[in-house]
Design a protein around this ligand. Structure first.
Ligand code: AMP
Length: 278
């Protein structure tokens, strides 16, 4: 496995693979890898000849009051996780490599970036779309693997691929959870033991709504109430039912596939999760 930190080296490492017609898979991450990230890397390794994992904590997707400087990092552990999962290249660029002096061109997503996290994290998806577009241009993968835990991110990136005519297969993989149901997240590392216990109420709320939906309940209010009844969080940023394709809020009654999406603070830690109701 190669560890590469510049775009020039990345391009020359990939050139012979491209020339030989090998299929390149790409998994963008912010590091502090867990089993969720590993599932994406393994999916790429299964389906592609060469797998590139990027580890880059992207400053443009963090707001001024967010956790950029405190974001957890452990490069040695990440290297071991990538190697074990069968990755071929880790791309570990500096901030200056990605945003050199004079950088000024951004990718502006449209309405898919407006609700949910977009409403509470202004500029977040502009930062995500920009860095993902740049990384796509650096790696030029045939396929890319994202996690459905970041449901809105998947929608924004999938649409960007269509809108910008990027010749990349997009794969969204299901959320990997701890054995008790908590969605794996690098940010779970921030949680104290009591907060970790309360964080579980998020997935439990979603599960309750999913169970009720399976029993035939189609009232948005009752489905949302079922989830809300479980929540033990410090502040709820949003709990919403949206159309799973357009991300437009569902009306009084569900009449098609929907996603229940949540963002909540447990102490200072912001967690997101979602469940498909279909
Ligand atoms: P991050 O490092 O948080 O930027 O995430 C990198 C990629 O891993 C994104 O596509 C995430 O959606 C995905 N990911 C994060 N957590 C999980 C999880 N629990 N299960 C599956 N994929 C995940």
């Amino acid at each position: 496995m190669q560890i590469i930190s510049t775009v020039a080296e990345l391009r020359s490492a990939l050139a012979p693979h491209r020339l030989a017609g090998r299929r390149i898979g790409f998994v963008p991450t912010m590091g502090f890898l867990h089993a969720g990230h590993v599932s994406l890397i393994e999916a790429s390794v299964r389906a592609c000849d060469v797998t590139v994992v990027s580890i880059f904590v992207n400053p443009t997707q963090f707001g001024p009051k967010e956790d950029l400087s405190k974001y957890p990092r452990d490069v040695a552990r990440d290297e071991a996780a990538c190697r074990n999962a069968g990755a071929d290249i880790i791309f570990l660029p500096s901030v200056e490599e990605i945003y050199p002096p004079g950088f000024q061109t951004y990718v502006e997503p449209g309405s898919l970036a407006a609700p949910l996290c977009g409403a509470f994290r202004p500029g977040h998806f502009r930062g995500v779309a920009t860095v993902v577009a740049k990384l796509f241009n650096m790696v030029q993968p045939h396929a890319t693997y994202f996690g459905a835990k970041d449901f809105q991110q998947c929608a924004v990136v999938r649409q960007m691929i269509v809108d910008l005519n990027l010749p990349i297969e997009f794969h969204a993989l299901q959320t990997v959870r701890e054995s008790d149901g908590l969605a794996m997240s690098s940010r779970n590392a921030y949680l104290s033991v009591p907060d970790r216990a309360r964080a579980l109420s998020i997935s439990q709320g979603l599960l309750a709504a999913q169970a009720l939906h399976r029993q035939g309940e189609r009232s948005s209010a009752r489905l949302l109430d079922a989830a809300r009844a479980h929540l033990d969080v410090d502040s709820l940023q949003y709990l919403e039912l949206v159309d799973s394709v357009t991300l437009v809020a569902v009306g009084e009654t569900l009449d098609g596939p929907a996603a229940m999406c949540i963002a909540a603070f447990i102490g200072p830690t912001r967690l997101i999760d979602n469940a498909m109701l279909q």
